[in-house]
Design a protein around this ligand. Structure first.
Ligand SMILES: *Cc1c(COP(=O)(O)O)cnc(C)c1O
Length: 395
């Protein structure tokens, strides 16, 4: 079975993922995934920070089953109940006034960038430059790849979207130097996920907020990965004590069903006029039902509180148990990066897989741990002890 799937993939799927981890999963439940051989893995990767509720949470499953039986898609030509309800819910839980639904993180970011540019276009101002950070990740469309501060994602696709400038994270002087009369927006991840779980300094983020206020610039925070409870708050901006003008979210919002969102304050949200932006699938009855169910379950099971408590427990336990093998254990809530002293993250990741634990590796030296928000101390003790034994044996 596994060999057959790999062979089909090699023959018929575009080779964008190279040699993937050689596992095919057939069933998931809680934090466990069962593969085609019947082996059970504990999932501390959650499909890249997506499966916040774990796999096939019974309440999510029943909400989706009910929705599929009744209605999957109508288009936004009509009013959509679940879309309106989910928009209300997100606004009630945040400092934002209006929502637009997309299907993915990249698409949400495209929407945010368009919205910021439209805001100044409406005023007849020539403000279009977007400042983003080196080592950031904002998506794979041409514009979001341009926004992304990593050359490898964009070099082959030139000419890129004009008007993007990159500066170093936490370098406020560098940021100030890159401002001009054309600056439209500053867009950041508060914790850079794809480049190895790197939290921004609080002072840097507060200074960005101040610059945006003083210079009439839109502050966009990409919460595609940090959002929906991952970092111990519904959104990570709450941890930093600032209110952005626009945030984007996606990954965990649908509990595994694709959905993205742009959330904005009225003053900027109102810049979109009828016809300015749109989508066929975005905000359909099914994906919005997934979003509603996900947020309900997160509330009922107090998963944000759990992410915060388990995150602290996890990081303390890691520092205690494997501190000698790591140069840094960093992150917030259940978004954790372990910077290993040796450049062997990929091998360690593989050895963990052999012991039936799934985590991610970023580059050569960072282990990325983004488990479902339902994990317990027992789950954490299990992986930390296993990791400790692997690192001990390796030294
Ligand atoms: C994953 C991610 C994206 C892209 O989301 P897609 O759904 O893959 O388009 C954008 N920004 C951040 C911070 C991400 O982690």
């Amino acid at each position: 079975m596994l060999e057959k799937i790999i062979q089909l993939d090699k023959s018929f799927y575009m080779n964008t993922f190279g040699d993937r981890t050689p596992l095919v999963f057939e069933k998931g439940s809680g934090i466990e995934l069962t593969d085609s051989k019947g082996d059970v893995y504990k999932d501390f990767f959650a499909g890249i920070a997506v499966n916040a509720l774990g796999h096939s949470h019974p309440k999510l499953v029943s909400a989706l089953r009910n929705q599929i039986e009744n209605l999957i898609h109508t288009s936004s030509v009509y009013y959509i109940k679940n879309q309106a309800l989910l928009a209300e819910k997100l606004c009630m839980k945040t400092c934002f006034d209006k929502v637009f639904f997309a299907n993915t993180g990249a698409e949400a970011n495209e929407g945010a960038i368009k919205l910021a540019r439209k805001y100044f276009y409406n005023q007849g101002k020539d403000k279009y430059e977007i400042i983003t950070l080196n080592k950031s990740f904002h998506g794979r469309t041409i514009t979001t790849a341009t926004a992304t501060g990593q050359e490898k994602y964009k070099t082959p696709y030139a000419p890129l979207t004009p008007g993007f400038i990159h500066v170093d994270a936490n370098d406020i002087e560098g940021l100030k130097k890159s401002l001009s009369k054309n600056t439209c927006a500053i867009m950041v991840e508060l914790i850079q996920g794809e480049s190895g779980v790197r939290p921004l300094d609080e002072s840097f983020v507060k200074e960005i907020r101040k610059i945006c206020d003083d210079e009439d610039i839109i502050f966009i925070v990409d919460e595609v990965q940090t959002g929906i409870g991952r970092c111990g708050k519904l959104f990570a901006y709450e941890l930093y004590g600032v209110e952005p003008d626009i945030i984007t979210c996606a990954k965990a919002l649908g509990g595994g069903v694709p959905i993205g969102a742009v959330l904005a304050k009225d003053f900027v949200a109102d810049s979109f006029k009828p016809g300015d932006h749109g989508t066929t699938f975005g905000g359909n009855p099914l994906s919005c039902r997934a979003g509603l169910a996900t947020l309900e379950i997160i509330d009922e099971e107090k998963l944000i509180e759990n992410a915060s408590e388990m995150g602290d427990y996890f990081m303390n336990k890691l520092s205690e148990s494997i501190g000698e093998y790591a140069s840094e254990v960093r992150g917030k809530g259940l978004m954790i990066g372990i910077e290993l002293k040796k450049n062997n993250a990929k091998e360690i990741c593989k050895e963990l897989m052999n012991k039936k634990y799934l985590v991610g590796a970023v580059g050569d030296s960072v282990l990325r741990i983004v488990p479902p928000l339902i994990i317990t101390k027992e789950d954490i003790d299990g992986i930390v002890n296993t990791l400790k034994n692997i690192l001990k044996g390796d030294n």
